[in-house]
Design a protein around this ligand. Structure first.
Ligand code: SF4
Length: 350
């Protein structure tokens, strides 16, 4: 496959070797960074570059390594349940009073133990492949090559393991059997100037829970009560379909499209780690309590445990709107994380 770097070199002329200043930037002018630093921006003079930076060349990414990491992450995510999720299920069993619910929770925990011991998949649904990439520090990044590497890793994990092909054309239902196809894998990008590594989080999203997700555009006049009712109603109406008890991801604010991503980011947070804002942390607790009092219970068969946690992510929104999204995550709340460092180290985690 031709990569973007090659293509660009062939189609674009080399940058002119000139000492002329850009007409758009006055190097003698000190820009006003007030407010921008709060958003993560830093003046050029405060950016510390690593030792590898020689003659203005930034350290690059090893895209073959990214492909390996993408493959490994998909396999790990499908086989190793994050310890915080397993621990939350064990705690739920200790609290649970409903006999059927206790049996269901014990069966889930037994299933996790069997998959761990035998290195089997936690669930047969290999999900939609989704990667959240956060680039930090002064890396030289070729986004197109990174995207191609994530796709290649997804394909290799699927064919070499092998995994079930879970992606399909939305109209013809054609299944390429490699978990790719138009728009796959799903990739979200972010940038964090304070981190020196490249972080990739893989989330294979099962359809049982994803199908029970919803979004609603509220207005400010609807108030907080409407948001609470929407979240609780959505979970109650979903019953056992999303394979509860899992994580209820809630996005509040942003726009029609970004609120869904906020809800998705909320399910990736380790179980029970509260939103750092006390107001949203209190709302998480209140919703969790209301949902667990619904009596839906594990797998919808009744009980005290309908959710392990409610997580909220939020952002500012338009003065006349208040979008809210719910992204359901099942008990098999799978995720795997890798950090790639400039010296070639890779750290795996959850
Ligand atoms: S919703 Fe989750 S537990 Fe249920 S079938 Fe899908 S991946 Fe498996």
């Amino acid at each position: 496959m031709k990569n973007c770097g090659e293509l660009r070199r062939k189609t674009l002329p080399d940058a002119p070797q000139t000492s002329q200043a850009s007409p758009l930037v006055d190097d003698n002018e000190t820009p006003d960074w007030t407010g921008l630093e709060a958003a993560g921006a830093r003046p050029r003079s405060s950016v510390s570059l690593p030792n590898e930076v020689v003659s203005g060349v930034l350290p690059g990414i090893d895209y073959e390594l990214v492909e390996e990491v993408a493959k490994e992450l998909y396999i790990r995510a499908l086989k190793e349940l994050p310890p915080d999720v397993a621990e939350a299920l064990r705690r739920a069993l200790q609290r649970e009073t409903h006999p059927t619910a206790r049996t269901v929770l014990k069966t889930i925990l037994k299933s996790i133990e069997i998959s761990e011991t035998n290195r089997m998949l936690i669930c047969q649904d290999t999900g939609l492949p989704l990667y959240m990439v956060t680039a930090g520090g002064p890396w030289a990044l070729d986004g197109c090559r990174l995207k191609a590497a994530l796709a290649a890793g997804t394909r290799r994990a699927t064919l070499e393991h092998p995994f079930r092909g879970s992606t399909a054309h939305p109209i013809t239902r054609d299944n390429p059997q490699d978990n790719l196809g138009q728009g796959m894998p799903i990739i979200y990008w972010d940038f964090a100037p304070e981190q020196d590594y490249l972080e990739i989080v893989m989330v294979p999203k099962g359809s049982g829970s994803e199908n029970m997700s919803a979004m609603e555009m509220f207005t400010p006049a609807d108030g907080l009560g409407a948001i609470k009712r929407f979240v609780v109603d959505k979970v109650v109406c979903s019953g056992g379909n999303p394979c509860p008890p899992g994580i209820i991801g809630v996005g509040i604010g942003g726009s029609f499209d970004s609120v869904g991503l906020l809800a998705k980011k909320a399910i990736v947070r380790p179980v029970g780690r509260r939103n750092p804002d006390p107001m949203f942390a209190a709302l998480e607790e209140e919703l969790e309590d209301a949902i667990n009092r619904s009596g839906i219970g594990p797998m919808g068969l009744g009980g005290d445990t309908t959710t392990l946690a409610v997580h909220i992510e939020w952002s500012y929104t338009h003065i006349t709107q208040n979008p809210v999204a719910v992204n359901n995550q099942c008990w098999a709340a799978r995720r795997a994380r890798a950090r790639l460092w400039p010296d070639g180290r890779v750290e795996y985690g959850f």
